[in-house]
Design a protein around this ligand. Structure first.
Ligand code: SF4
Length: 429
C-alpha cells in the first residue's frame, strides 16, 4: 500500500477526487507496494485503480486518460530499505553525534539505485525483488562490488550472508539488466591481485557492466581506524596502473575506457587527471569520477554567457580535495568575466581534515572562512553542501549564514550557473 502526499490542483487526480492521505491499493488487481509499482503499473493510459479515501471509503476508478497526461499525484516518500552490511568504512558510522537523523540512515535500496544512482550492494534482495528488477527493467543499476571474490567481499561488507556478486550480476545481465559498478579500494584487502581479479571478473560479464569506478576508501575522524586505513600514494599509483591496463584493453575492444579512477585516486596518487574526453558521458560523475573535468567542460561551454564582472573580487569556497585543481578552472573564469577569484580551501571541522569533499563541509566552515572577509564582493559556495531545504550538514541554514557574512553568497554547481545569474540580477543568497 502506498499513500498520496499531494495532488496537483486541476489535475486528473484532483478531478478523480484523490486527496492527500488516499491509500492507493491496487492497479488492475495488482497490489501496490511502492512508487515503482505505481509508476510502472500506471504507465498505460487505461487502468483500474483501487484506493481508499481518508474517509475510509474504498473506490475503484476506471481511468482512461489522454495519452501522456500525468495524474498529478505525488506519493509520500518511500520507506527506505536499510542496509544489512556493516562495512568498517561505512560513512554513516563515520558521522559524529548530533547530526540530522536522516544522515544516520544506511540505505541499500535497489529502487533508489535505479532512480537516483545510489550505490546498492544487492545483498538484501529477495526473489520478489529480483523478479521486479527484471520485469520493470530497472536498468542501469549502480552496484557496490568491492571484490568479486565472495570471501573477501563478505569480509569487506561484514556480512557472512552476502551472496556471490558475479553470478548475481551474470544472471541479471542475461536478462538485459546493466550495471555501473564501483570498487571502494581498501588497501591490503581488495587492491593488488584482488583488484585485478575483480576487474577481470567484471570484464568477463561483457556489456552488462557499463563502467567500473575505483574509489579510494574515505574515512572520517570517527571511522574505525583500527580496522581500515586510507591508501598511500604508492597504493593509489598501483591501482591506477592496474586500471590503466584494463582501460587500454577496453578502448581497443569496446571503444571506451570502461574502468575509471575517481578524481580522489589521482589526487592521492599525485598523478594528473585524464582529459575530459576520457570520461565519455561522465556517467560516474556523482561518484567523484571525472568531476573536475566535467566542471571545466561546463565552464568552457558557458564562457560566452558569463557576466562582465570586471573589478569584482569573488571567493570560491571549496574542500581541500578540489582546491588544488581550482587554479586550472579559475584561469578560465577570470578570462571570461574579468573578475578576480580567490580559492579558499576549507578543512572540515565536523569530520576532520581527512574528509576533503566540498559537499561535506558544514556551514560552520564557511562561516569561519568568510565572516572576516569584507574585502570579498561575492562568495561562491558548493551547492552540494546544502540539502533541498538549504541546510548544511550541521543544520545551519543558508539564510542564517548569509546574514552573518559581510558579502552575498551564491550556491553553485559549476560556477557558470551562479556567474551568469549574478550578472543579470546582482548577487543574493
Ligand atoms: S553497504 Fe557498507 S558502506 Fe554502504 S551503507 Fe551499508 S554498511 Fe555502509
Amino acid at each position: 500500500m502506498i499513500r498520496v502526499q499531494s495532488v496537483a490542483p486541476h489535475s486528473l487526480g484532483a478531478e478523480l477526487g484523490l486527496v492527500a492521505g488516499t491509500q492507493l491499493l491496487a492497479v488492475n488487481g495488482r497490489p501496490l507496494e511502492d512508487f515503482l509499482d505505481w509508476e510502472f503499473l500506471t504507465a498505460e493510459d487505461a487502468f483500474l485503480l483501487r484506493a481508499t479515501l481518508p474517509t475510509g471509503e474504498e473506490i475503484e476508478y476506471d481511468i482512461e486518460r489522454p495519452e501522456g497526461l500525468p495524474l498529478g499525484v505525488t506519493l509520500e516518500p518511500p520507506r527506505i530499505r536499510r542496509c544489512a552490511n556493516h562495512c568498517d568504512f561505512c560513512f554513516v558510522d563515520g558521522n559524529p553525534q548530533g547530526l540530522r537523523e536522516v544522515l544516520y540512515i544506511r540505505d541499500d535500496d535497489y529502487r533508489l539505485s535505479f532512480r537516483y544512482g545510489n550505490f546498492a550492494t544487492l545483498t538484501n534482495l529477495k526473489p520478489w525483488d529480483e523478479a521486479r528488477i527484471v520485469e520493470y527493467r530497472l536498468s542501469p543499476l549502480y552496484v557496490s562490488v568491492h571484490a568479486s571474490d565472495p570471501v573477501i567481499r563478505r569480509w569487506l561488507l561484514r556480512n557472512p550472508e552476502a551472496p556471490a556478486i558475479i553470478p548475481q550480476l551474470r544472471a541479471f545481465g542475461a536478462q538485459g539488466i546493466e550495471f555501473h559498478a564501483q570498487v571502494v579500494l581498501v588497501p591490503g584487502v581488495n587492491d593488488g591481485t584482488t583488484l585485478g581479479r575483480t576487474l577481470a571478473d567484471l570484464w568477463s560479464l561483457g556489456q552488462a557492466i557499463l563502467s567500473v569506478a575505483i574509489v579510494p576508501v574515505a574515512l572520517t575522524e570517527y571511522s574505525k581506524h583500527q580496522s581500515v586505513r586510507q591508501p598511500t600514494r604508492e597504493e593509489c599509483r598501483a591501482a591506477l596502473a592496474l586500471l590503466s591496463d584494463f582501460a587500454t584493453r577496453a578502448v581497443a575492444e569496446r571503444g571506451h575506457p570502461w574502468c575509471f579512477g575517481a578524481d580522489e585516486l589521482y589526487l592521492r596518487a599525485d598523478e594528473p587527471l585524464p582529459q575530459a574526453e576520457w570520461y565519455g558521458d561522465f556517467e560516474q560523475r556523482e561518484n567523484g569520477v571525472g568531476a573536475v573535468r566535467y566542471l571545466q567542460t561546463r565552464i568552457t561551454a558557458a564562457v560566452d554567457g558569463l557576466a562582465d564582472l570586471r573589478g569584482r573580487r569573488i571567493a570560491i569556497a571549496t574542500g581541500t580535495a578540489m582546491a588544488p585543481l581550482m587554479p586550472q578552472v579559475v584561469v578560465d573564469l577570470e578570462r571570461a568575466t574579468g573578475a578576480t577569484f580567490e580559492v579558499l580551501a576549507l578543512e572540515n571541522p565536523l569530520y576532520g581534515s581527512a574528509v576533503t569533499s566540498a559537499g561535506l563541509l558544514p556551514g560552520a566552515a564557511f562561516l569561519a572562512a568568510l565572516r572576516g572577509r569584507s574585502d570579498v564582493d561575492l562568495a561562491l559556495l558548493p551547492a552540494e553542501a546544502v540539502n533541498d531545504d538549504l541546510r548544511f550538514l550541521d543544520d545551519l541554514e543558508a539564510e542564517a549564514l548569509a546574514t552573518r557574512l559581510p558579502m552575498p553568497i551564491r550556491f553553485s554547481y559549476d560556477f557558470a550557473d551562479a556567474l551568469a545569474e549574478t550578472g543579470q540580477s546582482e548577487s543574493q543568497t
